[in-house]
Structure formats: C-alpha cells, structure tokens
Unconditional design. Structure first.
Length: 95
C-alpha cells in the first residue's frame, strides 16, 4: 500500500486532497437591481468568476472561510468574508 501513495500523488496531485467549497450568490446595487459583469475573486488568488445578467455568480473557493473581493466599474471594490456560508447576497456601493 505504501508503494501506491507516491503514484497516487503523482497522478492526482495534492490539490485533489484539499476540500474546495462552492459559493453562490447574487450581486445587486442599493436599488436591488442586479449587477452584471462584476468580478468576484477569492482574495489573494487569481481564482474568480463573473456575475451573470441576473447578478448571480458561482465560485469554487479553497475553503469556507475565505474572503471574496468584488469589483465592477462604477462601484466601490468591496471585500466580503464568506464565513462558512454557501449562499450570499452582496449589495455593492456606487463609487
């Protein structure tokens, strides 16, 4: 069995052992209108997603306690701690 461990790590890498979390949500402005084309990124990484026409987004993050950085032209860039939640509603402030 010990001889198979190096082969496993070679084939699947250490990333296969890390638990990733799927986070989804909706981006709106202060009038509750959806924000389309905003970037939602895991802080400190290049991992990101873009919000859809209805303001929805889905991103797979490295763990449940990351912070998301949300940016969009015309709005302030804001940070949101996920805090173990799998669904978020984020209101962006106009900038």
């Amino acid at each position: 069995m010990k001889a198979l461990l190096p082969l496993f790590f070679t084939l699947f890498g250490l990333g296969a052992l890390s638990a990733q979390v799927l986070v989804s949500g909706t981006l709106t402005d202060s009038n509750n209108d959806p924000i389309f084309g905003a970037t939602v990124r895991e802080k400190g990484t290049t991992n990101g997603a873009v919000s859809a026409v209805d303001g929805s987004f889905t991103i797979r993050v490295s763990n449940a306690d990351v912070t998301l950085v949300v940016s969009c032209t015309g709005y302030k860039t804001q940070e949101y701690p996920v805090g173990g939640q799998s669904s978020l509603t984020i209101v962006l402030d106009e900038g």
